[in-house]
Design a protein around this ligand. Structure first.
Ligand SMILES: Cc1ncc(C[n+]2csc(CCOP(=O)(O)OP(=O)(O)O)c2C)c(N)n1
Length: 383
């Protein structure tokens, strides 16, 4: 035991206090909303990386647009669009290494695709097909819809990666509403105790459905919560893809060196929370317009133009290709045989435990005795 380990004794209450800052802490930003930047601060990325990042941002937009249209036509379940968050989503996943994992919460289509999930499976997932919770050959854990529940699991996965000596991080993704749950707080605490290689990526899009950030927490930021759990916190302008990319690379280095990081990406959801939401009921047109002028695609484009990299990017044909990819994935999803009720039980565990097997058999026996029960089982239409 030493004075240092319990803290020095001081006769100044101020020195022994922690207070909330008056202002929100700053965001790491490299390219300004007007497109200007300091050349020396920009990370050195090759042309292919820039093109790849831009292409994935277009892909995110195409997936969002097409999913919402399918939902409106009755061919898709509820969908959560990432419009406005393209830089935040792609900058993060694009900066991860091949062996890194992500644990998504649903709004980040391009991140899942970058990490190897197939677009067909993403379509099936949002159609409610159980089988689509298995993402073979992708470093993606099943989308966590129940808010906060995935964070302790992500910490467990990261701990396992550490014990295995893997040179990789776990990227747990969530929104700014998630840290209000007990699960996130317990998970973060464990992460700090176990020094797991995890980056907690919080896309703070300022609203949890209709709840604004100021009503979500008394804290000025999510990143500052890191201190309470012995983690590092970083805040980044989530509409600046180069800042997100650079912050992610540095956060993963810290996580690999033994300090997990909460990386808070401050962004804005330009569309509805999901296809079930009407945002005009809780935010003003002026506010949305303010953010639309700070939209991430055009900011990245300004940078690429200024660097003479835009000439190598044919946006129209990229968009067309993304639509073709979507058409092919949709056709494959339409062809998928959703199977029977056994799908509900089959994929919960790698090897079905006797109790789950017993429940399955009991359910089957029940349906045999009461075929009228099928009238109450809703099967999502395949198309
Ligand atoms: C345990 C639980 N409670 C409630 C919900 C309903 N719900 C879905 S999304 C959401 C808000 C999430 O907000 P945030 O974390 O800010 O992420 P965002 O959707 O804004 O990206 C809520 C409350 C849920 N999915 N799970």
């Amino acid at each position: 035991m030493s004075e240092e380990s319990v803290g020095a004794g001081r006769a100044s209450l101020e020195e022994c206090s922690f207070s909330q800052a008056e202002e929100a802490p700053p965001r790491y930003r490299l390219v300004q909303p007007d497109g200007s930047y300091d050349e020396a601060a920009i990370p050195d990325l090759d042309v292919e990386t820039h093109r790849g990042l831009y292409r994935w941002m277009v892909m995110q937009q195409v997936v969002d647009e097409r999913m919402v249209k399918l939902q409106r036509r009755g061919e898709m379940g509820t969908y959560a669009s990432g419009r406005g968050q393209e830089a935040s989503i792609v900058g993060f996943a694009g900066a991860l290494a091949d062996d890194d994992w992500i644990y998504p919460y649903g709004r980040e289509a391009a991140a899942m695709l970058i990490k190897g999930m197939s677009l067909r499976d993403l379509l099936l997932y949002w159609r409610g097909v159980e089988d689509a919770n298995r993402f073979p050959n992708a470093n993606v854990l099943p989308i966590a819809i129940a808010i906060g529940t995935h964070v302790p699991v992500a910490v467990g996965k990261a701990w396992g990666m550490k014990l295995d000596g893997a040179d990789a991080v776990m990227g747990a993704m969530f929104g700014e509403g998630h840290p209000s749950t007990g699960e996130v707080q317990a998970g973060m605490n464990f992460a700090g105790v176990l020094d797991v290689p995890a980056v907690f990526y919080c896309q703070n899009n300022l609203y949890s459905i209709s709840c604004p950030f100021e009503d979500q927490t008394g804290a000025k930021s999510v990143a500052q919560k890191a201190l309470a759990w012995g983690l590092d916190g970083i805040r980044v302008d989530g509409n600046d893809i180069l800042a997100v990319y650079d912050a992610t690379r540095r956060a993963r280095e810290r996580a690999l060196a033994g300090t997990p990081v909460i990386l808070e990406s401050v962004t804005y959801r330009l569309e509805a929370h999901t296809t079930n939401d009407d945002p005009s009921r809780y935010r003003t047109d002026e506010e949305v317009e303010w953010w639309r002028r700070r939209e991430p695609m055009s900011r990245y484009r300004s940078y690429l133009e200024a660097e003479g990299l835009w000439d190598g990017i044919d946006e129209e044909s990229i968009r067309e290709e993304c639509h073709e990819t979507f058409d092919a994935a949709k056709a494959a999803a339409d062809d998928f045989d959703p199977g029977g009720i056994d799908e509900l039980f089959k994929w919960v565990y790698e090897e079905t435990p006797p109790e789950v097997q017993r429940q399955y058999e009991a359910f089957e026996a029940f349906l045999e005795a009461r075929p009228d029960a099928y009238d109450h089982i809703e099967e999502r239409p395949k198309r």
